[in-house]
Design a protein around this ligand. Structure first.
Ligand SMILES: Nc1ncnc2c1ncn2[C@@H]1O[C@H](COP(=O)(O)OP(=O)(O)OP(=O)(O)O)[C@@H](O)[C@H]1O
Ligand SMILES: [Mg+2]
Length: 389
């Protein structure tokens, strides 16, 4: 015989001591039994002992079996315990009532011992299986929840990492420019060039760079916001904002930037002007790097040249950024927009074009492509034109 604590618990509820005794004889060798003599004590014992099954008499003084069962079913701790009714009632309506009140089975008196044993065993098996399934489902749900939360956390971290990467990438040029300017102040002081006009210009230019850097932080914070609103903007103005900012630095490298627009009036795409500025900065940087590299190798004798052309074609704004930096190798061409693709070793991270594509195509419903032209590379950006200005 199995150990007491391993045995399943059966609560027998009947006001008739003869029945209680009879049931005890049938079940005592297999199950751990407890008894209640009324509905009220049955409810108390059920909550306290948490039986695995309850055998419940229907006709009892005070609270009958139906009511007892209904109450068991409304209490969350006892709701799932299977209840088998035991009664001499044979009226079909009464039997239906027994099932309606929450019973799982019905044994009529007088009962045979093997019938009681069989029914109790069957319902305990069912109940155990149900509990097993319930536990499995709960475990699975919990596992999913944890996994989901981890994914959310991971994607948040990834987004944050990407944002920080983007900001530090975009800060390199303005920081460089700022550094050059600060050094220049010292030189200008030594040579006596640092007059009032010089200093005013210095303050103005460095403030612009600082503003751009602070804008960069906002831009990439907004970039991750799903509700970030698109707007109509003057594309020529946006491009000039960037070109002006780095014009001097590029001149230092003997690189001349030219902006051409085919229309007298401005062209207005719809999208995010600050994000577009970040893209333009990336493309100008790439052109500058290519030109400097080409020059270093002695392949470029004239000035470096970066040309930005803005055109309106049907319902689109098309921007061409061309340079004379020698162009891009064919093998590189097909993976250009993948992250971490760089030919610059430690000096490059390879996120410039990846980020640019994410902005233009992922955020602004535009298109970006790269091809080689005579003497260099050309990037083409297309953006949807605003319907109304
Ligand atoms: N205008 C260009 N002329 C020649 N090669 C280019 C040009 N633009 C991009 N490339 C090539 O494409 C590669 C990827 O450019 P991308 O801007 O994604 O990364 P990167 O410039 O190497 O590094 P990062 O921009 O992260 O500092 C460059 O390493 C370079 O070889
Ligand atoms: Mg780059």
């Amino acid at each position: 015989m199995s150990h007491d604590r391993d045995r399943m618990k059966v609560l027998i509820v009947d006001d008739d001591p003869v029945i209680r005794q009879h049931l005890r004889q049938i079940l005592k060798d297999i199950y751990k039994l407890s008894f209640a003599t009324s509905g009220v004590t049955a409810l108390e014992k059920a909550q306290k002992l948490m039986p695995d099954i309850i055998l419940l008499d229907i006709i009892m003084p005070e609270m009958d079996g139906y009511e007892t069962c209904r109450r068991l079913k409304t209490c969350s701790v006892t709701a799932n315990i299977p209840v088998i009714f035991i009664s001499s009632i044979t009226d079909i309506d009464e039997i239906v009532e027994a099932f309606k009140s929450g019973g799982v089975d019905y044994i009529s008196k007088p009962f045979k011992s093997h019938e009681v044993l069989a029914r109790v065993e069957t319902h305990l098996k069912l109940y155990n299986f149900q509990r097993f399934l319930g536990k499995k489902v709960e475990e699975e749900i919990n596992k999913r929840l944890v996994e989901e939360q981890m994914l959310i956390q991971q994607s948040k971290m990834a987004a944050m990492g990407e944002m920080i990467g983007a900001i530090s990438h975009q800060w390199k040029q303005p920081l460089n420019a700022l550094g050059l300017m600060v050094q220049d102040v010292v030189d200008a002081f030594v040579t006596g060039e640092a007059d009032k006009k010089y200093l005013e210009n210095f303050a103005k230019q460095s403030m612009k760079l600082i503003q751009f850097m602070s804008q960069t932080v906002d831009t990439f914070r907004n970039f991750l916001k799903p509700t970030h609103e698109k707007c109509t903007f003057d594309i020529t103005e946006a491009i000039y904002d960037v070109v002006d900012l780095f014009y001097d630095m590029l001149k230092n490298d003997s690189i001349c930037v030219q902006v051409n627009t085919d229309k007298m009036c401005s062209i207005y795409p719809i999208g995010y002007p600050n994000e577009l500025k970040q893209v333009i900065l990336n493309l100008i940087n790439n052109s500058r790097d290519a030109i400097n590299e080409r020059r270093k190798k002695g392949f470029l004798t004239d000035d470096g040249r970066i040309t930005v052309e803005i055109k309106e074609v049907k319902d689109r704004v098309v921007v061409y950024i061309s340079d004379n930096g020698g162009g891009i190798g064919l093998t590189l061409m097909e993976k250009l927009f993948k992250p971490y693709v760089t030919t610059k070793g430690d000096k490059g991270t390879g996120i410039g074009l990846y980020m640019s594509k994410a902005i233009i195509e992922g955020k602004m419903d535009g298109k970006i492509s790269v091809s080689n032209i005579e003497g260099g590379a050309q990037v083409v950006i297309e953006l949807p034109l605003a319907k109304e200005v």
